[in-house]
Design a binder for this molecule. Sequence first.
Ligand SMILES: [Zn+2]
Length: 308
Amino acid sequence: MPNKEKMSPEELRRYRRRVEQRRRERLRVRRNRQILGGFLIIIGVLVVVFGVKTIGKHLPKKSKSNKTKVVQTTKHYETQRIETTEKTSYKVNDKYSKLKTDKLTVCIDPGHGGKDKGHENGDVVESKQMLEMAKQVSDDLSAYGVNVVLTREDDSFLYLNPRSQVANDNKADVFVSLHRNEDTASGDTSGIELYIDKDADKDTTRLATALYKRIKKVSGMDISKTKYGSKVDEDTNYVVIDGVTMPACLIYFGYVSNSSDNQAFAKNMSKYSSAVTEGILTYLLKKQEEENTIKETEEETYDESLLP
Ligand SMILES: [Zn+2]
């Protein structure tokens, strides 16, 4: 601290000016610190708010699976399509609750594929329609816990024997081949047809009966009685049917050459798929029930009147 009394007036003015400058400098620094502090607080708040929001996106969403919405309830044969927030699934029918599905495998064969489009009529392509239908049946059966194997899962070509091989290799309990039909001579020919092995055993006819009864309930197309063999004759099996070791059925869902069959198929494909699913489940359930009954009575017989 300089001695102010010994200062000349000029020195004293300079001294006071310096003191005043230092004071202002200190004030400026303090103000800047306050501004910087406030700014950092705002940044901090923003980081916290946006940080939490960002982290939130990576946390598992709270499940809303209990809040299911029925989007299709009318006329959908024996099942209801349920839309959940996770994925589309079926409300399983209690009727099949007794079915022990843990060791059951079903093989579904969508006819044709790839360069082999099957029967065609304009936009109607058998190979594509059957793949879509097979996937639907697969989804439906899976909802009941059944293991499902498709002979093809996309629009790829596959010979006939490997299709049977898929079913045999997977030790399937049931094999169902899906097709559309065609009559090049007449657009009037129509309806659904089921074919089974020319020497069909009891299980095969039971499977066909169960499928027949449920498909028949779906309106839209007539259905012919189940036939043995193939379209060629009743003593000639379809290759895919001939090659499998389990009960099997080949189904034609109407004629691509018939416009009302095409309309009915487009409109009811989901119902036909459900009918196939429930025909298969019914056959499997009856078989399990019968096996249990046989263990108890040894004498239980099957109702032959159910045969087509
Ligand atoms: Zn076909």
